[in-house]
Design a protein around this ligand. Structure first.
Ligand SMILES: [Fe+2]
Length: 317
């Protein structure tokens, strides 16, 4: 089995972890808090330019199935001036993490419940099929209170969830901008993201309202090349290339909104050694956070082709 086990979590910056635990637990189905620690984080020093002091809470959905296996990592930067804002002018697909996608059962119902809970309605529910597989899906978007774009998908043509009421069921994939699709595909294939669920080249028209002046000319929107390589385990990735490219929206590590993600591994030392042997720069050694009771969370950041903020994660919860 591969050492790499798909996307473990997406990191999102929030203004208040207590409020975010309540919001994600009550409205987005992330009802389990795997840990909630306040610490200095030398593991992300390469991204943040310092070892930031932050409160970090890892949330899991008890409704998660193999199609929504990813977790949400809430991050509240506590030092300096606190969390930076969502990068200015971020529409979707610029370099940087740009969304979390939740697998949900009942997109229309979950979308309505999130809008009723106060989320901004970014895209009403609709049905689509993705090329070249023709796999069908229901899709909608809202924003969380801190600016994270939450996509909701029910992959109706791929997998039906377990029986139950309409609900969000964990992270299905993370979207992020890259600049060279071939280079990124090769890089992530090495990390186990091998099965191509879809590839499309056209602009997804329902996103047009997100591409605002002065960052974009609404009359001349970029093309979007999207792919979704799936791993055998863990959540998937959705790298996207805008043409012409958007500006860099990675922002300061820990900014509000989606900003980093982790790849799960069964053995972080062996996985880091494999990456180094492939010429990938790893900002080692792993940082271990003692969660008490024999539980431990280890992570180490590494360099991906566009400098998106990613880490390897090995956890013993
Ligand atoms: Fe997506």
């Amino acid at each position: 089995m591969s050492l790499f086990q798909g996307v473990d979590h997406v990191g999102v910056g929030v203004g208040d972890v207590d409020e975010a635990i309540a919001f994600y637990g009550r409205h987005v189905g992330f009802d389990r808090v795997l840990f909630d620690v306040t610490a200095e984080l030398p593991a992300v020093e390469a991204f943040a330019g310092r070892a930031p002091r932050a409160r970090v809470a890892m949330l899991e959905s008890s409704g998660a199935t193999p199609i929504g296996p990813g977790r949400v990592k809430l991050v509240q930067v506590l030092d300096g001036d606190g969390p930076a804002p969502v990068p200015a002018g971020q529409a979707w697909g610029e370099v940087g993490v740009c969304e979390i996608c939740l697998h949900v059962r009942g997109v229309a119902e979950v979308h309505a419940s999130l809008v009723a809970a106060g989320c901004a309605d970014l895209m009403p529910p609709m049905t689509a099929e993705v090329p070249p597989t023709g796999i069908s899906l229901d899709i909608a978007y809202v924003a969380d209170p801190w600016g994270t774009k939450l996509e909701m998908i029910e992959w109706t043509g791929l997998w039906r969830s377990l029986p139950g009421p309409a609900r969000a069921e964990g992270v299905n994939h993370v979207a992020f901008g890259v600049t060279d699709m071939g280079r990124s595909r090769a890089f992530y294939e090495r990390l186990g993201f091998t099965a191509l669920l879809f590839e499309s080249f056209d602009f997804f028209d329902p996103m047009a309202p997100w591409f605002e002046e002065p960052w974009y000319d609404p009359a001349r929107l970029p093309t979007q090349h999207m792919t979704m390589p799936m791993p055998a385990q863990g959540a998937a990735i959705e790298p996207v290339v805008l043409d012409p490219p958007g500006h860099d929206c990675r922002g300061e590590w820990g900014h509000l909104g989606p900003m980093d993600f982790g790849i799960r591994t069964s053995n972080i030392d062996a996985a880091a050694a494999e990456l180094r042997a492939d010429g990938v720069e790893v900002y080692g050694p792993p940082q271990a956070i003692d969660l008490g009771g024999g539980r431990e969370w280890r992570s180490v950041a590494f360099v991906e082709p566009d400098g998106n903020y990613i880490s390897l994660v090995e956890a013993r919860y």
